[in-house]
Design a protein around this ligand. Structure first.
Ligand code: CA
Length: 163
């Protein structure tokens, strides 16, 4: 009679330990690079702003916190730095814009550290009709440039992805 509760307790402890172990592994990964790949449905990849938050709530994508940005190519002179300038406005021209090939991307490099979330600000208004991010792909890489997380973006004006 007493064996059943003991077995249940042991099972609960095992489930708890497995869950704890997985969580610990994931949260210990240090991110170095964040890329957003253009959807093939979009002409250009327009990004109003990308914010990358660590556990202290600091936006580490900002240049003053160690972030930098490049992109595969630049259209209209709207450089990658506009995606990390602290201005989340999605109204042209306050955004980055890549060229129009199928392989365009924006790349952020941060001081390698554990991050908690990424917020992507989309274009808005009528100036850039094809700028909505639906189908674009967010990919995170660790400090050895190994991909460890990916998520397809939506057309939302602002979307936060928990890592
Ligand atoms: Ca901006």
């Amino acid at each position: 009679m007493i064996a059943v509760p003991i077995v249940i307790v042991i099972l609960l402890v095992v489930v708890y330990l497995i869950g704890f172990r997985k969580k610990s592994i994931k949260t210990s990964i240090k991110t170095k690079t964040i890329k957003i790949f253009k959807s093939s449905d979009a002409v250009h990849l327009y990004i109003a702003e990308v914010e990358v938050f660590n556990g202290s709530g600091t936006n580490v994508a900002l240049p003053e916190h160690g972030g930098s940005a490049t992109q595969s190519s630049t259209a209209f002179g709207w450089g990658a730095e506009r995606a990390i300038d602290g201005n989340t406005s999605g109204v042209a021209p306050w955004m980055s814009a890549t060229g129009a090939s199928d392989l365009e991307y924006l790349q952020l490099t941060i001081t390698p550290q554990v991050i908690k979330s990424v917020t992507v600000h989309n274009t808005s208004g009528n100036e850039v009709q094809e700028g909505f991010l639906e189908g674009a792909k967010l990919v995170l890489y660790d400090e050895n440039d190994v991909e460890y997380f990916a998520k397809v973006l939506t057309s939302d004006i602002s979307q936060t992805i928990l890592v």
